[in-house]
Design a protein around this ligand. Structure first.
Ligand SMILES: O=C(O)CCC(=O)C(=O)O
Ligand SMILES: [Fe+2]
Length: 330
């Protein structure tokens, strides 16, 4: 059975990349190699030594409980179904990660707030623009989640730099593409259910998030101590991505799989129905809408020609959302 590697990224968190410092370059290469190996095999890894403080994650946990504890009427004032750019609160039964079942979860999505007159918003209003915040929780709440967005953006950028190094691309290759990104920070609440661990009469286990692959580039997940995330390996086994203190679970999404011509694996995963309420905090790391996702220069050869048609990153995400969100089909 495969295992999900734990990668200590502290050497690169503590040493900013500097092409003129051989020792530092070697540290970056060592960490990048481990990340690259995981991306080419199981497509999932844990990162530790990431520098994000436990106190921050505790504050985020409280912020998420405060949000989900609000009355439904209050939460629905900022419903994602009323948002033109996919931000805000998602009620139960809003999302279907697998076509077989509706997910048993509620969500809150937030991105980089851009003013309506920003050129990217004028051009691509479906995934760029303002956020919706719960008015009742005030400006402190808003500041905390906005700050967290930028903290996670920085971590995502660091991991992408490792990918850049591993794939022999110029170090600034992705820089402009991620300046005004479509990244989303998402809080998820899965309620505890009685049938946790049970199977139906066809032997199917009870799920709160159906089997799926992620749509974007890189996903960074912080989960509480409940457990339930499972990752599919190439042998058809489900591996438990058990909660490990002070780590993020990182995985590759379909967009990076396309970009790398299938070299990096976007791996199916799912969430078992928990016995008790479970909370997770996910950062989806994506470039701006107009980014052309075209086979990366180092990922094709005469024997391995590009497998996928070029597509704009935003068009790709939108096509995947259309398959997932029940409200998009109204
Ligand atoms: O909550 C989790 O552990 C996983 C969530 C997930 O896979 C997703 O939202 O794409
Ligand atoms: Fe996922």
């Amino acid at each position: 059975m495969s295992t999900i590697p734990i990668i200590d990224i502290s050497p690169i968190i503590l040493n900013k990349f500097d092409a003129n410092d051989k020792e530092v370059v070697q540290k970056w290469k060592d960490v990048s190699k481990q990340i690259d190996t995981a991306c080419r095999s199981i497509g999932f890894f844990y990162v530790k030594g990431h520098g994000i403080e436990d106190s921050r994650m505790k504050a985020i946990e409280k912020a998420s409980r405060d949000l989900f504890n609000l009355p439904l009427e209050e939460k629905n004032k900022i419903s994602i179904t009323q948002s033109v750019n996919h931000r805000g609160y998602g009620e139960f039964a809003t999302e279907k990660l697998s076509p077989d079942s509706v997910d048993n979860k509620e969500t809150f999505d937030l991105g980089q707030p851009l003013a309506l007159d920003h050129p990217l918003v004028a051009d691509s209003p479906k995934l760029h623009g303002p956020n919706q915040y719960p008015e009742k929780l005030g400006s402190e709440w808003q500041k905390l989640v906005d700050d967290h967005f930028y903290t996670m953006l920085k971590l995502g950028t660091t991991i992408l730099s490792c990918v850049t190094l591993s794939l022999d691309l110029p170090i600034d290759f992705f820089e402009d593409m991620f300046k005004f990104p479509m990244c989303a920070f998402r809080m998820i609440h899965y309620p505890g259910v009685e049938q946790s661990g049970a199977t139906d009469n066809q032997g199917k286990v009870s799920l709160s998030a159906g089997e799926h692959t992620d749509y974007g580039c890189i996903t960074l997940l912080c989960q509480d101590t409940t457990g339930g995330l499972q990752v599919g390996d190439i042998h058809g086994n489900w591996i438990n991505a058990v909660p490990i203190k002070d780590t993020f679970v990182v995985n590759i999404g379909d967009m990076l799989n396309r970009w790398t011509n299938g070299i990096y694996h976007s791996t199916p995963h799912r969430v078992l129905s928990p016995k008790q309420d479970r909370f997770s905090y996910v950062f989806f790391f994506e470039p701006h809408y107009k980014t052309p996702v075209t086979c990366l220069p180092s990922c094709s050869s005469a024997e391995n020609p590009p497998k996928y048609e070029p597509i704009l990153a935003g068009d790709y995400l939108m096509s995947r959302f259309a398959d997932t969100y029940t409200y998009y089909k109204k």
